[in-house]
Design a protein around this ligand. Sequence first.
Ligand SMILES: [Zn+2]
Length: 272
Amino acid sequence: MSETTWRYDRLTWVEMKDAIAHDPQPVVAIPIGAVEDHGPHLPISTDNDILEGVLAECGRLAAGDLLVLPTIPFGLDEHHMDFPGVIAIDIETTLAYLAQTAISVARHGFTHILIVNGHGSNHAICDLAARKCVLATGVICAATTVNAAVDPSLVADVLNAERRGGPGSIGHACEYETAMMLHLHSDTVQMDKARRDIGQLKLKYFNWDHPEPSAYAWQDWWSRFSAEGVCGDAAAATPDFGKRMFDLTVERFVELVREFRTIPIRPRVDHH
Ligand SMILES: [Zn+2]
């Protein structure tokens, strides 16, 4: 087995045929990220870097139980276009591209597919793309994330208990994402420019501090509430927190993959 057996696109078609026939079959992950501003201290590749760093380690540890597609690098990002360098793909195109990717995987006979989101604004699109795949093919397809600034569900207990920045510290280019980049790609992080910027409103029913729930979803133009493309406390980030979150995310995601694979495909019943 080669080092990159976990990479979907590194298999030959003959090896792919074997993977599809294998019992149990590997889960296929489809990562989708973004190229967007992450403050003056992180590169615009940050979402993709976190996705790829986590999923590569998950692929290695899962030892044949997970195949990872190449990351779809761009997503829904028009609301960040006031910051130089952002690539914005519209809702319809992102949804169609992602759904067709998942449906392609299902058409080859893979039965359990996970869309893995690395960028907050792709969230609803990932959910809809997974639904499209289920409706079109009948396989088990779901949407999730390995980036706790997108959705902390996988690691919320530890994230809340161990973050240093307090309420509001985790949103975007924040304590979490900066810490992950300090762990994964420290050479790209300019900590001397990492600042605390909590510009988004905190109201009774609206909250953008991701470990806490919000009663409604609202995404404004970023330049209206963020001075530098940060929402959170980037200055509170440490490499130790990054390593802690990385290790925990990898451990739990591999566990999630193995649980997800056990979901049975039950027969539909036509009650007409
Ligand atoms: Zn991000």
